[in-house]
Design a protein around this ligand. Sequence first.
Ligand SMILES: [Zn+2]
Length: 361
Amino acid sequence: MLKLPGLIDPHVHVREPGQTHKEDWDTVTQAALAGGITMILAMPNTKPPIFDASTLDLALASAKEKARCDYAQFVGAGPDNAHIAAELAPRTAGLKMYLDSTFGELRLDDMSLWLSHFKKFPKGMPIVLHSESRSMAAGILFAAIYDRPVHIAHISLKEEVLLIKAAKEKGIKVTCEVCPHHLLLTSSSPIFSENGGEPGGGWGRREVRPRLATQEDINALWANLDVIDIFATDHAPHTLEEKDSDNPPPGFPGVETILPLLLTAADDGRLTIDDIIQRMYVNPKKIFHLPDQPETWVEVDESAKYEIKTADMHSRCGWTPFEGWQVKGRVKRVVLRGQTAFADGKILVEQGYGQNVRSRL
Ligand SMILES: [Zn+2]
């Protein structure tokens, strides 16, 4: 039996408020616990987006009532909320800035809008950028100009990991995360589901931002694992009906599959258990200034081999891009603040057991 610390996922789309048919604070935190994750940081592109005190209160009220694991909530950078976001900072996981198009309405097109957020958001609090390719390079330049840390969400390209490596060597305060789907799936990987093949060619299921890349990109990420600070899921649930529709939204669920997929990669010799602990506990805790979770750990049966199946998942979205994958390493038990929260496939803590880690400051 392998004992791990309670894992932290700093990139989760809860979908509440506004889209609870996809997921809510109850189902996402059940899924997280089942995946060995005891703390999630929630993204702000909900409906409405989280960009001021009243929307932050709305999300935190649902979380307080329903969450079963610990959490914090990001505030989103909008065109005119830099002052408000800075004031709210201590109550948030950090500031999320969307420099490229994705799901939701928070994109900042004009760099003059970036300026006010970089100037005003407290330097001790993290800014997370959704920024791909050249806008990532622009984001790193902002980190250098304002001499403050930025964290680049979900990098996926060879050019991105190489530029971050060079920026780190220059002493620029940039960190980054990679998601399992960008380490394991290419743009041509078939994606099946429990109920069979890929209707309409299944292209909708492959929709994710950043898009799945090439084998060359994947190889560059693996070859530069030392540049990658965090493994995060970008858990972004949409229902299978939505994914198979004519207008499929981008995003994959991920909190229940990240650990078995990485443990399997460790078993294959592609990384070590310590690499996983550094990137799913030590570094996220440091980068996002997260508190200890006392008496919290995850027990894993390292030798258990099984197949990933939607039927075993707790997420409301009802599918996984890793359906049918053979993995090695099963989460057996999760203890959160002294209580067994998950054991042998069952969630054992009530709604509301989760704590807002920013309210304990
Ligand atoms: Zn995301």
